[in-house]
Structures are given as structure tokens and as C-alpha cells.
Design a binder for this molecule. Structure first.
Ligand code: ARG
Length: 260
């Protein structure tokens, strides 16, 4: 009998050890993002000079993780790899100023919207801005957008005669515009405004595009990890408390320090 109890205790100890061991992974919520998109996700140097991820989406993900009693871990990658990483299970959630599209819905599930952006905008050189009066005036111009985004679809679908330049990095696209390698780039509204504000040589074209856009959290198709109910509950809580506006204000104050 005594032996039996000792065995049981030993087994319980092993289980406790093994279970807490496996719980290390489960205590983390891994977010995939493409941190080239202020004010939503970008990189700054923290007090100890190491890189840290900040922005509206990072703050939203931190709140989601905290409500789940998990620690947030951020995986930075090209925007066009995000859905595949989600499918492979390398990341639990994607927050990347991502809109729900038909194509993406075939590969992932989406939360309720947590952010309503302005319509997309066209960023141009300030001294060229008056040359562009309609979508047609971009004919024979080279217009950039980030690969795999709905902004790339705008260039190829709504700007007749424009030459599409697709790059994976938004920072690189902005550089190309600054150095006149492309004539314009299409970005989400808040992002275009951010770059125009931090760079005197850039301006928002008066040519308008579509409607306001909604950003959502993506999870694996069918939500096998059962994350969506908790994600939606946190989103509702944040929206009701006005917290996302506060996140946006904080992101604005940090955006000038973006190193990427
Ligand atoms: N809103 C666009 C889309 O859903 C572009 C998002 C790009 N995001 C980023 N973090 N670079 O396709």
C-alpha cells in the first residue's frame, strides 16, 4: 500500500513537471505581423537600445494576450507570408492592419473589426502632387504597393495604364518614392498620413480611393485553438472603453522614432 502511494506521488510529480513543461508554450500567444506599418506595427529602440515592436496592433494583441493570461510573443515577417504561417500553426494570430477578403477567408477566420481606418490613400512627392487629379493621371507612371495586400489590388485593378511595382517592404517602397524610383505608392490611410507627416517631401494626393477599411484579427481556419470568442470579447471591451484611441495616440507619439 505504502509503495503504491509512493508510486502515485512519483507519478504525480512527473506529471506536474511534464505538464508545466508543456504549459510554457501554451502560456504564450504568438502574433504574426509585418512591422513596417506605422502607426499599426513598427520597430523602435527601447531604453536599452534593443529593438521593440510597438503600435496599435501590438497594443491590441497585448490586451488580448493579457485577458487570456498569456504572454505575447511577436514574430515579424513579410506581409505576404502571414496567412501561410497561420495555416502552418507557426503563429496563433495575425494582426497586421489586415482586412478580411474573400481570398483570405478561404484560408483563415477573422474576428470582429477592432479598427476603422480612413480609405486608402496615394502618397506622392509633394512637388508633384498637383499633377495628379484623377486615377487616370497615374497612367504611364510607376505606382508601388506592398506585395499581397489589397493596396496592390488597387494599383492593378483601379489605376489604368499604371506600371505596378510590388515590394515586400513598405519602408523600401517609401525610400523608392523619396528617391524618385517610383512616382506614387498606395497605402492604408493612417499609414500614408503617418509617412506624409514625418517626411516633408511627401504628400497625400487629392485623388480619393474607396471607403473606410476595417481591420480584424486573423486566426487559423475553423479556429481549432478556440481563440475567437476571447479575442472578440477583448475587442468589444477595448472599443467600449475607448482604449484603441489611446493606443493610436501613443503610437503617434512613437512613430517619429520608428527605425523600420
Ligand atoms: N490593409 C492592407 C491589407 O489588408 C495592407 C496591410 C499591410 N500591413 C502591414 N502590416 N504591412 O491587405
Amino acid at each position: 500500500m505504502k509503495k503504491g502511494i509512493a508510486m502515485l506521488c512519483a507519478l504525480m510529480m512527473i506529471c506536474m513537471f511534464a505538464c508545466s513543461g508543456s504549459a510554457v508554450g501554451a502560456d504564450k500567444l504568438t502574433m504574426g505581423t509585418s512591422a513596417d506599418y506605422p502607426p499599426f506595427e513598427f520597430i523602435v529602440l527601447d531604453a536599452s537600445n534593443s529593438q521593440s515592436y510597438v503600435g496599435i496592433d501590438i497594443s491590441v494583441a497585448e490586451a488580448i494576450a493579457a485577458d487570456m493570461d498569456k504572454e505575447l510573443s511577436v514574430m515579424n515577417m513579410d506581409f505576404d507570408s502571414l496567412i501561410a504561417s497561420l495555416q502552418k500553426g507557426d503563429v496563433d494570430v495575425v494582426l497586421a492592419a489586415m482586412e478580411e477578403t474573400e481570398e483570405r477567408l478561404a484560408a483563415a477566420d477573422f474576428s470582429d473589426p477592432y479598427y476603422t481606418d480612413y480609405p486608402a490613400m496615394i502618397l506622392v512627392k509633394a512637388d508633384q502632387a498637383e499633377n495628379y487629379t484623377s486615377l487616370d493621371s497615374f497612367a504611364n507612371k510607376s505606382v508601388g504597393a506592398q506585395t499581397g495586400t489589397t493596396k496592390a489590388d488597387i494599383v492593378t485593378g483601379q489605376m489604368p495604364g499604371a506600371t505596378f511595382v510590388g515590394l515586400t517592404s513598405v519602408n523600401e517602397l517609401v525610400n523608392q518614392l523619396v528617391y524618385d524610383k517610383v512616382d506614387a505608392i498606395v497605402l492604408d490611410g493612417a499609414v500614408a498620413l503617418q509617412y506624409a507627416q514625418s517626411n516633408d517631401s511627401l504628400a497625400i494626393s487629392s485623388v480619393e480611393l474607396g471607403e473606410a477599411l476595417l481591420y480584424r484579427v486573423a486566426v487559423q481556419k475553423g479556429d481549432p485553438k478556440g481563440l475567437l470568442p476571447a479575442i472578440n470579447a477583448t475587442i468589444q471591451k477595448l472599443l467600449e472603453a475607448g482604449s484603441i484611441d489611446t493606443f493610436a495616440e501613443t503610437a503617434d507619439t512613437l512613430a517619429d522614432q520608428a527605425i523600420e
